[in-house]
Design a protein around this ligand. Structure first.
Ligand code: ADP
Ligand code: ZN
Ligand code: ZN
Length: 761
């Protein structure tokens, strides 16, 4: 044995630290520790004279230490290890596959409170809340009242769009207005300010639904039985059309898991958008459920973690990071809407929660269910090859039919000769067909959902004389025009500037708004149908903690005729009174330079179409488009997932894209354009050489090239893609690259590695 053999009473342990370094550290332990020290324990260790939280990976042979004297572990703070063996394995797998330092992965897997060497107290804040006290349904009256106070109007309309109230600090920040504007609105009697001591948590206070237990349909029964009898580690893909009752399958499956004394994790794309699904789990399992939503404070999150760790709660429901819930004896993992891009973490560690779920199920002997009406092509191919078990719910429950889908060709809606310019503008947004249906439905007190997947008022402003486009000074992206208040905003870096009347290039007064956003649709509808009660739901109206839930509650209670919004409104909502869904422009995103552009368009159109006709009154979907023959549109009209896959898959073969191959996107960024390019070119050369070495096969290099968005937040961006049929070889080459390729320390140069990217922009 080497010289580093533990002396009596001294142990050497391997510690992972949350640092961007691909190495672990050796520390020594002398005598007894406060709590048992095993693999998976948190340790407090000295790092450059600071106390840091590290994670014990096991005993160390001390070889890495050489002749150096190891530093001593200061404390073992937890009575039992933060990571049980299955979760420790999962973290190591993530570190290995996504090429992220294991200490960073382990820190990301714990609540923030456990990453600091001292536990923070949960903060109970009292905040001022402003609430509207009057309605102003008439636009003309509104114009008059606010003619000399546009900022008050902006405030009024913003509060209106978020359901009538919001914290003062939030509206002031969002509108960038002064407190005087707030006071002004209050003084004129349009609003009141009150103090609320704690944020209202809708999941804690929502009237808990009585558990409505439906008897499963035969198709649901078959799926439930297949899941309850599946072998440990099984992955099942539950392909169920919208409204086929997937949630009931999950719940009945979990009932059996809980009956067996085991625990479960339920992943949903975004808790705030799926309050109804969360309510159903709470109704079925009551206090067994911990809802891990993003609005929890650090303290609350820590409490929820502890309750799961101690087995006081056995079902964790949450977004992406809930996959790390510290549950023992895990029996099931559900990944609802498994095709959603939000399961991929956008920063290091760039893991995909669906893939982690599969690995964790295998490590823990659990069964993993992936559910969707429009599965990702990756999962679909695995189900076809037999790697996953395919379960199907082919029909809506209760014999309900899928809604009829009609296409409106936007190239034809403005053709009629008698139209004035204003009418043409209206008809390019809301066709006659859509307007007629909308009026009829609303007259019958039914509800309407309108989708436009672009926020803001106009997506860019352009000079019609010289074609100059207003762009962000820091990003290579055009600025989006927002109303209330008037400003141009960059959606990447939040840069804001005033809207100029004159073109800075040719000095003419010909700036025009182009590209439609949700704010503009809201305005047009309000002018055309002044009595319509519209709720707009997009990032701009949902910045408050509970804004989503409040808005959706208003729809549920019938206080809204039209719910208008971006992709946020397409997901999982179950409102039986919605009988019409309109897609204002289905082509948004269809031409993005991303191989998944068609898939996303099809998924979004199918998902939003699935919101219509969930009740006995049936439903209709109207899709407006300029490319009615595109397969993403055609297959959404016929609700034909299989036809879509049959047309889309061949397009992923040459050039090869997932699921035919696996991708890694390596992005190089820096403060200077030339240096960034040079770094990317050098990396490209490095890979050319590496890929030519014997024994490395099944990897193809594409690029380097500038990223589709060449500059973000003042940083220039280049990238190269690796296409791999050999996943293990990709791991090896990339690890070698990240540990040995030299990145100069000038010009803020940075390399990021993204395996299985969900966006190539
Ligand atoms: P999906 O998630 O597949 O779109 P949901 O799970 O939201 O569908 O179910 C759609 C609706 O059908 C819900 O209102 C649900 O309560 C109801 N439902 C589900 N299963 C049954 C059943 N077996 N009998 C009656 N109603 C059901
Ligand atoms: Zn110009
Ligand atoms: Zn920007």
């Amino acid at each position: 044995m080497s010289a580093a053999v533990p002396l009596s009473g001294r142990r050497l342990i391997e510690v992972a630290l949350p640092l961007p370094l691909f190495k672990t550290f050796t520390y020594s332990v002398e005598g007894e520790t406060r709590h048992p020290l095993v693999a998976g324990s948190r340790v407090i260790v000295p790092v450059r004279n600071r106390r840091e939280v590290g994670y014990c990976l096991g005993e160390s042979d001390g070889i890495a230490l050489g002749d150096a004297e190891p530093k001593k572990v200061i404390d073992v703070p937890d009575a039992s290890p933060a990571f049980r063996p299955d979760l420790l394995h999962v973290c190591k797998w993530i570190a290995d596959y996504y090429l992220s330092p294991v200490g960073m992965v382990m820190r990301a897997a714990l609540p923030a409170a456990l990453g600091a060497s001292k536990r923070p107290e949960p903060a109970v804040k009292s905040r001022r809340v402003i609430r509207l006290t009057k309605e102003l349904p008439s636009l003309m009256e509104r114009d008059k009242i606010f003619s000399r106070s546009p900022q008050q109007r902006a405030l009024f309309e913003m509060l209106e769009s978020v359901g009538g109230s919001a914290p003062v600090d939030q509206v002031v920040q969002q509108l960038q207005c002064s407190d005087a504007v707030v006071q002004g609105l209050v003084k004129r009697g349009f609003a009141l300010i009150s103090r609320e001591t704690t944020a209202r948590d809708p999941f804690a206070h929502r009237a808990r639904q009585a558990a409505t237990t439906h008897a499963p349909t035969p198709a649901q029964r078959t799926a439930i039985d297949a899941l309850t009898s599946a072998a440990p580690g099984t992955v099942a893909l539950l392909h169920g059309i919208t409204g086929s009752g997937k949630t009931l399958v999950y719940i009945e499956f979990l009932r059996e898991i809980v009956r067996r004394g085991r625990s479960a994790i339920v992943l949903v794309p975004e808790i705030a958008l799926t309050p109804q699904a969360v309510d159903r789990f709470r109704a079925a399992f009551g206090d067994e459920v911990a809802v891990l939503h993003s609005a929890l404070s650090d303290g609350e999150r820590y409490d929820a973690w502890l309750a799961l760790r101690r087995g006081e709660k056995r079902i964790a429901v949450g977004a992406r990071s809930a996959i790390f819930a510290p549950l023992e004896n895990l029996g099931a993992i559900v990944v609802d809407e498994e095709h959603e891009a939000s399961y991929k973490q956008g920063e290091s560690p760039r893991y995909h929660a669906r893939e982690v779920a599969i690995v964790r199920a295998r490590e823990s002997g659990a069964v993993c269910v992936l559910g969707s009406a429009t599965p990702s092509l990756e999962s679909w191919v695995n189900a076809q090859s037999g790697k996953y078990t395919l379960l199907t719910l082919p029909a809506r429950v209760g014999g309900g039919a899928l809604p009829k889908v009609e296409l409106v060709d936007l190239r034809l809606t403005t053709r009629a000769a008698h139209l004035t310019a204003a009418e043409k503008q209206l008809r390019s947004v809301i066709s006659e067909r859509l307007e007629t249906e909308l009026r009829e439905r609303v007259a019958k007190q039914e509800q309407v959902i309108l989708l436009l997947n672009r926020r803001g008022y106009a997506s860019f402003v352009q000079c019609s004389n010289c074609e100059w486009v207003a762009a962000c000074p820091d990003c290579s992206i055009s600025l989006t025009y927002h109303r209330a208040p008037d400003r141009l905003v960059c959606h990447y870096c939040m840069h804001q500037e005033a809207l100029a009347d004159t073109c800075p290039q040719c000095r003419s007064l010909t700036m025009r708004q182009r590209g439609l956003g949700t704010q503009q649709v809201e305005r047009m509808l309000a002018e055309r149908l002044p009595s319509l009660r519209i709720a707009r739901m997009d990032v701009d109206t949902t910045s408050g903690k509970w804004a989503h839930a409040t808005l959706l509650d208003r729809v549920e209670h019938g206080e809204v005729d039209v719910l208008l919004g971006t992709q946020m409104i397409a997901k999982g909502l179950d409102f039986p009174n919605v009988t019409l869904v309109g897609v204002i422009d289905a082509d948004v995103g269809i031409n993005l330079p991303d191989f998944r552009a068609s898939e996303r368009t099809f998924q979004l159109a199918s998902q939003v179409a699935g919101r219509a006709g969930r009740g006995p009154k049936g439903g209709l979907v109207i899709i407006q488009t300029r490319v009615p023959t595109h397969h993403a549109i055609r297959c959404a009209v016929t609700h034909d997932y299989h036809a879509f896959v049959a047309e889309e898959l061949p397009g992923r073969e040459s050039p090869a894209y997932p699921p035919t191959v696996r991708l890694a996107n390596i992005v190089f960024s820096g403060a200077h354009e030339i240096a960034t390019m040079e770094l990317a070119v050098a990396a490209g050369k490095w890979f050319e050489k590496a890929l030519a070495t014997p024994g490395i096969n099944g990897i193809e290099l594409v690029g380097p090239a500038p990223c589709p968005i060449e500059r973000i937040k003042t940083r220039w961006r280049w990238h190269l893609l690796l296409r791999a049929t050999n996943s293990a070889a990709l791991t090896r080459v990339a690890r070698h690259f990240l540990t040995s390729f030299d990145v100069p320390s000038r010009g803020e140069l940075r390399v990021t590695f993204d395996r299985d990217p969900v966006s190539l922009l």
